[in-house]
Structures are given as structure tokens and as C-alpha cells.
Design a protein around this ligand. Structure first.
Ligand code: ADP
Ligand code: ZN
Ligand code: ZN
Length: 745
């Protein structure tokens, strides 16, 4: 029986990032397990810690070792599983154990538990109305407004009164003193979406949906757990499939986690889960405070919930009887964490499911090349929904060549065809969406006459514009001068592309003065609920045209939208990232998928300077399979993931020279290791400046590593981490890793 335990102290403290060894008291031996929370003496105090390992080997000074004081009550095994998962994440994505632990375990803040205040009327309705009349007579406007807000209501959240209704705290206090109302506090666990109705309206699955459900359930009943890829065209009813499977699992006493990209976590989606599971569902979102998140996790741990819906971080919901993990819109880049550890929710979900004996369902209309590749190789099981619900046709798509428009003298951002169709929709009182593809406005250069975009001769990604009139590759550092005229056609119209949603709104309003226009972008959604407000206004047909960025293409159902215009489809084609074509295909397909979801058929206009690019052409034909084949062949040729793996090493320092020299040194060491046969398959590319080379006075360099085998890259990472931590020259340098990056640093 293990004599010693390795313990991480108080994970909320950044500095204590190492395990300390403690002796396990006799009576505790055999009962102590990894993941348990313990109390230990630390310095002159007593602190809480987590057991992260058990061992017989003493690794510190025998004279100084102390004993564990006590095991904390309620140390449930679910924590062990999450800690084991943290270990796996640390291993596969780099960073420290502490970073990993903080990611998987919710940290209890010292802050007071958040209670919500409610205001409740104490008078009978008749009395209240009399009082109201008096206030009105005396022109006590504020008091009257407050009172009328309370009449006929139960308890009204204090925040709503002072927020939306603009009632002052003084007015509330005054009415409290008059015995008209009382303020009560209660611990509020409710969902941030408030109370929802549970109708249990039964959806009858169609044939395709039945088949998908049947397939998974057949495995389930035989005790087979695996990863499924549900490829269903837009509007094919994937959510109903998830709900049905979760319902069956819940009846077997299991729980489910549903991951949804934050941006698609709308009232519409959440309501469908509420209708089936009522209060047994909860939601996480990034607007919640640490305390609110903690509350939701506590409920999950106590078994008060069956389903948790949320973005990436909901993956760590402490369910102990996990049956399914769903990743909706699994192709979304937001499933990759942007902070250390840079885990991918898909891979991490699969690992968590493996540990818990659960199945994973990845759903998308445009699966990531990575997932489809895995499905083709039989690692995942492919399920398909080929038809839209109600056999609605997919919208008709046309591509407009903007070079041709220029040649014909149309310099507007709206093509002739798109203007015509907008006119038509306005006259028929149908709605239109204009989607500006803004991804990667990072400043590539393109020719408006012929569509040419300068690319890196070594990496085949677009070169980025730098302030000094030079074009740079972010993978390998290749540089060249920015051309004054197009090297292909000689045109002088070669420059960076600039246009914002605001500009487009102006143009549209000028061209269609009678149209009611809504704009959704970072600016108009910054305030709380801004996003929901715009969506619901558009949904209520308070506007004819919705203009927006990526935000408007995700999963919304607007039955009256019969036209979708995609402006600058090229923008995402030329970001300096090997995912450029994949992102473009996804955006175009998803944008097109917004049209014609109701009774009326839809039409899509894609405006582009590269009509012949396979991502544009195959999106027009809505042929996912052909796109996959083309893209996979390209990745294979270039050894890009999933045909081989890639790791980015980010070297950062406040001193530019230190960053540069460190990156140079580490790259050189890696090249030497390759020459000496220690890492024979690994190619080392760079160093180069990071895409954003200087952030808040920190200089960033990147080195890329490629290898067919992921494990080899992990070995390189381990060696670098070891080297860096044992050499004092690196004390002012941070070195981080990103495996199979979703975008350049
Ligand atoms: P997807 O996620 O594949 O785009 P959804 O799950 O959002 O599709 O379904 C599209 C619409 O069809 C939704 O309004 C949903 O309520 C409806 N729907 C789904 N399944 C059925 C069904 N079997 N019968 C009728 N309507 C359905
Ligand atoms: Zn040109
Ligand atoms: Zn390059």
C-alpha cells in the first residue's frame, strides 16, 4: 500500500504549481485515492489539496515530510476522473498540471455565495391599486411606476426593477418602509434563461432520424460505446436526434453533456431541451460569474440534473453517470481552447467518454476534415441525414464573379444580381440576410481585376500584409515586397480588402431607402442581450434585411428568409492558415443553409473574386463529399492535419532579442535532434514572427513542427519543456505549445 501521496495545494493559487509529497497516516492507507480532497499542513497553515498521485518512493527530505491531516468530506470519485482527465490533457497539450486542473475543476471563489434579491408586493391587489392611485395623485412618479410593476406579479427580480424598469433603490427602500413591499434574498439556481414552459410536444422522428437513433441505440443496448459522426444537411433535424438519444439514456439513469458553440446557444435551441427535460436541464455560458458556474456544477454533482448544455467548458460538468457527450456544430473552431492547456473539446470529450463509459456524438452539416477523415478510417461511425425536414429543397445557389462586375462598370459591393433579388424580396415582404465574411481581415492582398492573391512559395498559404510594405508568411517567415501592380495581370487594383458591416449598412440603406435594416456585429451585440434582441426583432419580422458577420450564420431558424447574400466569400479563403478552404466551405454552406427553411424556397447569391476555387464551387453545389475528397488530397500532399500532425511552439518575451534568440536556439536544437536521429520524422519550420508579433509589449515568435505521428510531437514538446525548465537563460521566456492548431498564433 502506498506510503506517500503527491498533493497539489489549493489550485486557485497560481504560484503553487507543483505537487508536494506527504506521508499517508496508517489508518488512511488503502482508502486514499487519486482525486480525493485532503487537508494538509502547509507552512504554518492548514490548506486544502488534491491527491494527484500515490507512491512508495520518497521524493523529498525524509526529515521534513509531513502527514496528511484529514480527508475532506464528500470527496466523490467524479473528481478522480476529472483529475485523471487533467493528467491526460497535460500530457497531450502541454502546460502545467495546475493549468489542467483549473480547467477541469470549478474553483470555489472565496466571494460570498451569490444570492439574488427579489421584490414582493405585500398588499392585496385592491389595496395596491388604491395606493397606486394615491401615488399618481401626488405625482410620486417613481413610486407609482414601481408599484404598477409589482401588481399582479409574484416576486420580481430586484435587478429587473433597477435595470430594465429604471426604478431607483431609494424608491424600493421607501415602499419597503411603508410596508408595501418586501425584499427577499434567495440562492438562485435557475437557468439564466428564466422559466420556460414544458410542453412535451412529441416530435415524430422521420425515417432518417429514426435510422440514426436506431443505429446508436442498437450499440448502446449491446454495451458498445463509441464516437459517432452525425452528418446532416442544414435543417435535417439533428437536434431532435440528440434529444431522443439523451431521453433514452436518461431513462436508463444516465446523464448527458451537450456542447454547443456559444454563439449558437440561443433561446430557440435551449427551449427545445427544456420542453423535453424540464428543470433537469441546466445551461452554462460565458457571461456567468465563477460563482454561478460553481453553483451549476454543484447541482450536477448532487445529481439534480440530467443534461448540461453549454460551450466548451461544459465538458467538465461533474456528472458521475455520463451516458452521452454531444458536440453540435463539431467543426467550430471555438471548440479549441485559446488558453493553456490548448485542448480540443472533441478529443477531450472522446477521452472523457472513454473513461466514463459513454458515447460521443459529433454533429454537423459541414463536418471538420479531421472528423470526416476519422469516420472514413472507421475510427468514428458515420451517420447521415441527407434530407431536410419536410423534404424542403436545399436553396438554389448562384456564384457571382465580382471581377466581371468590375469589368462591366459596377463598383458597388452589391452585384447586379443581388440587388435585383433584394428588390424582389422587399416587394414580396420576404426577408433577406447579407452575410459579410470577415474572417481573416488580417490583411492579405488581392487583385480586384483577376483575383490573384500572393502566396508563400513554401507553405501555400496567403502572405500577410505588414506595415513596412512587405508581405510575410506566418508559418515559415518568408518575406517579399508588396507588388505595386498585379504580377499576374498587371492591374493596379491590387491591395488589401477593407469593408465593414457598418459600411454595408450605409450602402444598403442608400440603395433601398424604404427597407428596414438591422445590423449584427461586434458593436451592436456588445451590451447584454444585444444578440438575442436583434435576433428576436428579425424573427418577429421587424426588419427586412439583416446584415452581419459570422454571427448570423449559426443555426438560426428564420422561416421567412428566402434570400441570403454572401459578400466577399473570398476573405476566409486567403487567411494564412491551412484551414482556409475548409472554413470557407463551412461558412458558405452554413450561410446558404439559412435560406428557405420555412414554406418558401430559398435562394443564395455568393459574391466572389475566386469563382473557380473548389471551396466556392463545391459550396455552390452543396457537395460536402466532393469537397472532403479534394481537401483531404491537398492535406495529404502538404502533410497538414489530419494527414500528419502539426505543433506550434510559441516563444514569448518582453525582450525582443531574447524572444528571437530563444526561438532560434530551440529550433536549432530540434534540428540537431533530427539530424542525430532522435526525432527522425519531425520537420522543423521557422522561427517566424507570430501573426501578431507583439502584444502588450510581449514579443512572440513561432516555430512549427510537423510529423506523421502525434506521439513524436509530444516527445519534442516534453524535451523542450525539460530543456527550458533546466536552463536559467529561459527565465524571462515563456514557451507554450499548440497541437494541430486551428489558426496561426
Ligand atoms: P439541424 O440542427 O439539423 O439544422 P434542427 O434540429 O434545428 O435541424 O431542425 C430543423 C427544424 O425542423 C426545427 O424547427 C425542428 O423543430 C424541426 N424538426 C426536427 N425534427 C422534426 C420532425 N421529425 N418532424 C417535424 N419537425 C421536425
Ligand atoms: Zn490581377
Ligand atoms: Zn511559408
Amino acid at each position: 500500500m502506498a506510503e506517500y501521496a503527491n498533493i497539489i495545494i489549493d489550485i486557485s493559487q497560481e504560484k503553487l504549481d507543483k505537487a508536494f509529497q506527504y506521508r499517508i497516516p496508517e489508518q488512511m492507507r488503502g482508502a486514499l485515492a487519486v482525486g480525493m480532497q485532503v487537508e494538509v499542513p502547509f507552512g504554518s497553515r492548514e490548506m486544502a489539496g488534491y491527491v494527484v498521485g500515490l507512491t512508495d518512493t520518497l521524493e523529498c527530505d525524509a526529515a521534513k515530510i509531513k502527514e496528511i491531516k484529514a480527508v475532506k468530506e464528500g470527496g466523490v470519485p467524479i473528481e478522480s476522473q476529472l483529475i485523471a482527465l487533467a493528467g491526460w490533457m497535460r500530457e497531450n497539450y502541454g502546460g502545467t498540471m495546475n493549468h489542467a486542473l483549473k480547467t477541469v475543476l470549478p474553483i470555489k471563489r472565496k466571494e460570498k455565495e451569490k444570492k439574488q434579491r427579489f421584490v414582493r408586493l405585500l398588499l392585496e391587489e385592491g389595496q395596491a391599486r388604491e395606493q397606486l392611485a394615491q401615488f399618481e395623485k401626488k405625482r410620486h412618479v417613481a413610486r407609482a411606476r414601481l408599484l404598477s410593476a409589482l401588481i399582479g406579479q409574484g416576486a420580481v427580480p430586484y435587478r429587473d426593477l433597477t435595470g430594465k424598469l429604471g426604478v431607483s433603490p431609494q424608491a424600493i427602500r421607501a415602499l419597503g418602509q411603508m410596508g408595501i413591499l418586501e425584499v427577499e434574498e434567495r440562492r438562485d439556481y435557475r437557468s439564466p434563461y428564466g422559466k420556460m414552459e414544458r410542453t412535451r410536444e412529441a416530435v415524430v422522428l422521420n425515417e432518417g432520424q429514426e435510422e440514426a437513433v436506431g443505429r446508436v441505440w442498437q450499440d448502446w443496448e449491446r454495451g458498445i460505446r463509441r464516437t459517432y459522426l452525425l452528418h446532416g444537411v442544414t435543417g435535417s433535424g439533428k437536434t431532435a436526434v440528440y434529444i431522443e438519444l439523451i431521453d433514452r439514456a436518461v431513462r436508463c439513469g444516465k446523464q448527458a453533456i451537450v456542447l454547443i458553440p456559444e454563439i449558437a446557444l440561443t433561446y430557440q435551441t435551449v427551449r427545445r431541451f427544456y420542453q423535453r427535460f424540464g428543470d433537469r436541464v441546466s445551461i452554462l455560458n460565458s457571461k456567468m460569474s465563477a460563482g454561478e458556474r460553481y453553483d451549476q456544477f454543484e447541482r450536477a454533482k448532487r445529481g439534480e440534473l440530467d443534461v448540461m448544455i453549454g460551450p466548451r467548458s461544459a465538458l467538465f460538468t461533474p456528472f458521475s453517470k455520463l451516458g452521452f457527450i454531444i458536440l453540435d456544430e463539431e467543426h467550430e473552431a471555438s471548440y479549441k481552447s485559446e488558453t493553456v492547456p490548448r485542448y480540443h473539446a472533441r478529443e477531450t470529450a472522446i477521452e472523457r467518454a472513454r473513461m466514463a463509459g459513454a458515447s460521443v456524438i459529433l454533429g454537423s452539416a459541414t463536418p471538420s476534415i479531421d472528423s470526416y477523415h476519422a469516420a472514413m478510417r472507421g475510427e468514428y461511425t458515420l451517420l447521415e441525414l441527407k434530407k431536410r425536414i419536410g423534404e424542403k429543397p436545399l436553396p438554389a445557389c448562384c456564384v457571382v464573379d465580382m471581377r466581371e462586375e468590375l469589368r462591366q462598370g459596377n463598383r458597388s459591393i452589391l452585384s447586379g444580381r443581388l440587388q435585383e433579388l433584394m428588390e424582389d424580396r422587399l416587394s414580396r415582404r420576404q426577408q433577406a440576410m447579407l452575410f459579410l465574411n470577415r474572417r481573416g481581415l488580417a490583411g492579405f492582398v488581392s487583385c480586384r481585376s483577376c483575383g490573384h492573391v500572393p502566396k508563400c512559395p513554401h507553405c501555400d498559404v496567403s502572405l500577410s500584409q505588414h506595415g513596412n510594405g512587405r508581405l510575410v508568411c506566418h508559418y515559415c517567415g518568408h518575406e517579399e515586397a508588396q507588388p505595386a501592380v498585379c504580377p499576374k495581370c498587371g492591374s493596379r487594383y491590387i491591395s488589401g480588402f477593407r469593408a465593414g458591416t457598418q459600411k454595408i449598412e450605409e450602402i444598403v440603406k442608400k440603395r433601398f431607402p424604404a427597407a428596414r435594416v438591422l445590423r449584427m456585429d461586434f458593436d451592436t451585440t456588445r451590451k447584454k442581450d444585444g444578440y438575442e434582441q436583434i435576433l428576436s426583432a428579425f424573427s418577429n419580422q421587424e426588419a427586412d434585411i439583416l446584415i452581419g458577420t459570422q454571427m448570423i450564420v449559426k443555426g438560426h431558424d428564420f422561416p421567412n428568409v428566402t434570400l441570403v447574400g454572401v459578400l466577399a466569400a473570398d476573405l476566409s479563403l486567403h487567411v494564412s492558415d491551412f484551414h482556409a478552404a475548409e472554413r470557407t466551405f463551412q461558412l458558405l454552406t452554413q450561410a446558404a443553409g439559412r435560406a428557405g427553411r420555412g414554406k418558401l424556397p430559398g435562394e443564395v447569391v455568393i459574391q466572389t473574386y475566386s469563382p473557380d476555387h473548389y471551396a466556392v464551387e463545391l459550396a455552390r453545389r452543396q457537395d460536402y463529399r466532393a469537397f472532403y475528397e479534394t481537401e483531404a488530397a491537398y492535406r495529404k500532399m502538404m502533410h497538414y492535419p489530419p494527414c500528419g500532425h502539426m505543433m506550434v511552439m510559441l516563444v514569448a518575451s518582453r525582450d525582443e532579442m531574447t524572444a528571437a534568440l530563444s526561438a532560434e536556439l530551440l529550433a536549432k536544437k530540434a534540428r540537431r535532434a533530427k539530424e542525430e536521429g532522435r526525432a527522425p520524422g519531425v520537420s522543423v519550420i521557422g522561427p517566424a514572427n507570430a501573426a501578431v508579433a507583439k502584444v502588450k509589449d510581449v514579443y512572440k515568435k513561432v516555430v512549427y513542427f510537423k510529423d506523421e505521428r502525434y506521439g513524436e510531437l509530444v516527445r519534442v514538446k516534453d524535451a523542450v519543456e525539460q530543456f527550458v525548465s533546466s536552463h536559467r537563460e529561459f527565465s524571462n521566456v515563456t514557451v507554450q505549445f499548440d497541437f494541430d492548431p486551428m489558426a496561426g498564433f
